[in-house]
Structures are given as C-alpha cells and as structure tokens.
Ligand binder design. Structure first.
Ligand code: AKG
Ligand code: FE2
Length: 224
C-alpha cells in the first residue's frame, strides 16, 4: 500500500460494524485482483444485473458459490448465460474467517458466497440490505482499486442516520450482529484514485456472505 502521511485508524461505524483500513497489503491486493479477473471470464462471468422494474445495476457483478440475482440465489446464472455458478474458493473462506477474527468477537463463519462488484467511474449502488441469506453471520467486504464513499446506515430506513466512510484499496469492512441488516450503499466512486501499481481502472468490491441454505428450496423464488 502507498505510504500514508497519517495512518487511518480502525473505526467502529455502528455496533458490530468495523472499518479496518489497509488490511490487505499491495501483494495480496494484486493476487486478489488477478483472481477476480479469472472469475470474471465467461462462462458464468461478469454480467450486468437487471432489476425486476426493468432497470439495470450500474455495478457489474460476478458471483461465486451461489449465484445472486434480484432477489434470490440459484446454482446457475439463472438471469444470464445459464452456466453453473463458479465454486466458492477455499482461500476466500480463509480470508473471510481471518477478516472476522480481526474485527469482531464471535465464531468464525463458514463463508460460501462471494459477490464481486465492478464499478467504473459512473457506477453506484443504491441503499439496500443484504437480506436474501438465511444466516446472521457477518458480511465481509474487501475493496480494490478506486476509493469510494461507502454509506452505512441503520436497519429501519434507507435514509439518515448514516455514516459515510471512505473505502480505499485494501480496506476491510465487516458488519454483523445488530448491524447485519443495516442499509448500505455506494453513492460515489472517485475515479483515478486506485494505487498506481495495482493496475486497475475502477473499483472492485468482494463481498463474502454465508448462505445458511440447507435445501435447494430455501434459496428463494424459483428461477425465471
Ligand atoms: O461495493 C460495495 O462496497 C458494497 C457492495 C454491496 O453492498 C453488495 O454487494 O451487496
Ligand atoms: Fe450490500
């Protein structure tokens, strides 16, 4: 990571919601970026997500382990090329458990879902809750590339009170416990702020979740 004039401290943003700046060093960021480039390739690669209202999400996405689409999970890219979702890599599970150990007390979860979002300079993500899982295990979020504004709110409304946090390349954000279902979003990406040595134009976010699914029927509505 680039040397910083003032180190950014760890911060608790809400109960059981922790921001750990610079958690991944430059080498781990590059390794994760290389892996994301592989995962983004077809089949079951990076895609534009269409919402039921006829809109599209501006962040493009690829899923590992379980395929998320608005608003359920499937084993195949039910809203895309129909290919089986790529497996959830063991090393992401280890990374997720380490992330939780370094931020929150409590058991180390068995992660089985990764959502990888790619943001170009104009991409955003509206305020939403990660509520399609059947587990209250903490969500782990890793950022690579351009800095963004991550808005972390409350469990009741999409609006205030919320806290705007700057997430930079290598930062970790974990939210669980009473904040697991808090609304959050990305109102802004600062173009051209990625570390020069990383080799990424734009921003990648890797979100790890526990599905809690035991039976296929538990994953939500049937595929379209
Ligand atoms: O890009 C981010 O930092 C947030 C992503 C997110 O909230 C999600 O994928 O559900
Ligand atoms: Fe989310």
């Amino acid at each position: 990571m680039d040397a910083e004039l003032f180190p950014r401290p760890r911060a608790q943003i809400a109960p059981s919601a922790v921001h750990l700046p610079g958690w991944l060093d430059a080498e781990h960021q590059r390794e994760l970026l290389d892996a994301c480039r592989e995962w983004a390739r077809p089949p079951a690669g990076l895609r534009t997500v269409r919402t039921p209202g006829g809109g599209t999400m501006t962040a493009r996405q690829v899923c590992l382990g379980w395929h998320w689409y608005p608003y359920a999970y499937a084993r195949t890219v039910a809203d895309g090329d129909g290919a089986p979702v790529k497996p959830f890599p063991r090393r992401l599970g280890e990374l997720g458990r380490r992330a939780v150990r370094d931020t929150l007390a409590g058991p180390a979860p068995d992660y089985d879902i990764a959502l990888i979002n790619f943001y170009d300079a104009d991409a955003r993500m509206g305020m939403h809750r990660d509520s399609d899982e059947k587990s209250d295990a903490p969500v782990v979020s890793l950022s690579l590339g351009d800095t963004c504004v991550f808005r972390f709110g409350n469990t009741r409304t999409r609006t205030r009170p919320y806290t705007d946090v700057e997430l930079r390349s290598g930062d970790l954000f974990v939210f669980g416990g009473p904040s697991r279902l808090a609304y959050h979003g990305v109102p802004r990406v600062h173009a051209g702020t990625a570390p020069p040595g990383l080799g990424l134009t734009g921003r990648l976010n890797i979100t790890l979740r526990v599905s809690g699914f035991r039976h296929p029927a538990e994953r939500g509505p049937a595929a379209p």
